[in-house]
Design a protein around this ligand. Structure first.
Ligand code: C2O
Length: 548
């Protein structure tokens, strides 16, 4: 195994998109940030130096961080933020994961521009479990605002209203041909007849689930979230924010230029097709018009994409995921948990002005799990408080079940729209076998929530619509070859069941990866330990861990 050292300098960098230039926070002046490439088993040492005016942390999304919880990165969960002028070195080893992950800022909405790919190749001496592709390409899907994303979220927090939606979806930071002033920078992915490409697709968008497709080409899915999957073909992918999907594409069509396209699933914008579709170009080397120059009149071939509300396509796609072979899903369960996930609308607090309550009918948007709206501590991280047994920072009383059961698909009383703020954790004994039913409440609006767990991969053993029914739905559990993921796109108006073994001590946040929802409190933490001094307790933090 090798050790890779990198330096990430967080800085403001002028970036021009959609005809305008503004200062974006970047890593090393690059947008998107640098791609990290390692082999399974390698160690990464990344020194982050903060030269920007905002607090920052970096999270290595999907990395298991076995025994290295201090390197996980979410601010106020595993560390205090790196202040302007400060630095912190993240050290961790990739263990048993292969495929595509990514890294991103985990502080306010900085990840809008502070993100990049993390490619994990097979262990040295090993090969892919599929024929070696001729080429590889990374396609990071993102969102671009014609504004500073920090200002966008601050405005939303101030007013209680929903934040402004982004001005473009992007591939590798580029909006593509359908947006103004963008077409000359459209991303090109090369292929040629007879070749196979491995496309590493990442949804790094802040607030938007996205469909992905390539005109005239079938996609063979071979992995997701850095776990291999049993290969299957599809013409369209759907990725919730946080998710990655590795696909093989074959150069088996007439040599030409074909659009690679992505657009919203369940968009808040519902704007007409075109200006909300980001594109890249799959270009055959032997195409008559391979170079863009002089070919302005010959447009690449456009695919059709599912409608923004096409949940049937999403369901059909997600049902195809299997592990390549039988996997060790825990069959006996020590912790059976049921977490509701959803939005809420808080009544305007008495000491607030109406300008601070601009949500629907003079409310403020909020969100919760089991009716607890998660609040980050502000002067210490949860992991520090947990490791040092400092009381009062996080209380270990996150409920195993919602305080009230109700019909999660219907009209419910306004009283259920009022989650209670709190910094609550759920304690898991080291080694316990955990099942979590994640149930969309459909309060305010039914929505597909991408729920991401730090520090673990989990098996998705079932998904469905309506209210989870413990009597009948357990019969649908796949305990043989379910997919291993770090983010589950919980069906809109439905539920998903995940299982994992709590074999990694630490404080691990589980949250909706729509950043607006984490802003509103759609999160909780698992606290995993056997107690101070015992074998599986948490090690002391590294000496350069930022303090508050
Ligand atoms: Cu990709 Cu908590 O994040």
């Amino acid at each position: 195994p090798q050790t890779h050292r990198h330096q990430f300098i967080i800085q403001a960098t002028p970036v021009k998109r959609l005809c305008k230039t503004h200062n974006a926070i970047t890593v090393n002046g690059q947008f998107p940030g640098p791609t990290l490439e390692v082999n399974n088993g390698d160690t990464l040492i990344v020194t982050v130096i903060n030269k920007a005016k905002y607090n920052v942390t970096i999270h290595w999304h999907g990395i298991r961080q076995l025994r290295t919880g201090w390197a996980d990165g979410p601010e106020f969960v595993t560390q205090c933020p790196i202040r302007p002028g400060g630095s912190y070195t993240y050290r961790f080893t990739v263990q048993g994961q292969e495929g595509t992950l990514w890294w991103h800022a985990h502080s306010s909405w900085l990840r809008a521009t502070v993100y990049g790919a993390l490619i994990i190749r097979p262990r040295r001496g090993d090969s892919f479990p599929f024929p070696k592709p001729n080429r590889e390409a990374i396609l990071l899907m993102g969102e671009w605002w014609d504004a500073n994303p920090i200002d966008v979220v601050r405005q939303a927090t101030r007013t209680g209203a929903a934040p402004n939606v982004s001005d473009a979806y992007t591939f590798n930071g580029q909006p593509g041909d359908f947006y103004k002033c963008s077409s000359k920078d459209t991303v090109v992915v090369n292929i040629d007849s007879g070749e196979t490409n491995l496309l590493r697709v990442v949804n790094s968008a802040l607030n938007q689930a996205l469909f992905f497709t390539v005109a005239n080409h079938k996609l063979t899915v071979v992995g997701a979230d850095a776990s291999y999957t049993k290969p299957f073909t599809t013409s369209v992918l759907m990725l919730g924010p946080g998710q990655t999907t590795d696909v093989l594409i074959s150069g088996n069509q007439v040599p030409n230029r074909y659009y690679i396209a992505a657009r919203a699933y369940q968009s808040a914008q519902n704007a007409p097709f075109g200006n909300t579709t980001t594109t890249a170009i799959l270009s055959y080397k032997s195409a008559p018009c391979a170079a863009k120059k002089g070919c302005a009149s010959i447009k690449p071939i456009m695919p059709s994409l599912p409608a923004y509300n096409d949940t049937a396509t999403v369901t059909a796609f997600s049902k195809k995921f299997r592990s390549p072979r039988p996997v060790p899903v825990p069959t006996k369960i020590d912790e059976s948990l049921f977490f509701t996930i959803g939005l809420g609308l808080n009544n305007c607090p008495r000491n607030f002005k109406s300008s601070q309550c601009q949500g629907p009918n003079g409310t403020r948007f909020t969100a919760s799990m089991n009716n607890v709206s998660f609040v980050l501590p502000s002067n210490i991280s949860i992991l520090q408080a947990f490791q040092q047994r400092i009381p009062g920072v996080v209380t270990p009383d996150f409920p195993a079940n919602p305080p009230v059961k109700f019909d999660y698909t219907g009209n419910v009383s306004q009283s259920l729209f009022q989650p209670v703020p709190g910094t609550k954790g759920y304690r898991l004994k080291y080694g316990s076998r955990v099942q979590v039913v994640l149930q969309d409440t459909s309060i305010v609006t039914p929505e597909n929530h991408p729920i991401h767990l730090h520090g673990y991969d989990f098996y998705i053993i079932a998904e469905g619509f309506g209210n989870f029914n413990p009597k009948t739905d357990t019969k649908k559990f796949n305990l043989v070859d379910p997919p291993l993921r770090n983010t589950v796109a919980v069906p809109t108006n439905g539920w998903a069941v995940i299982r994992f073994v709590a074999d990694n001590p630490g404080a691990w946040i589980m949250h909706c990866h729509l950043d607006v929802h984490i802003t509103w409190g759609l999160a909780m933490v698992f606290l995993v330990d056997n107690g101070v001094g015992q074998l599986q307790s948490i090690e002391a933090p590294p000496p350069d861990l930022p303090i508050c």
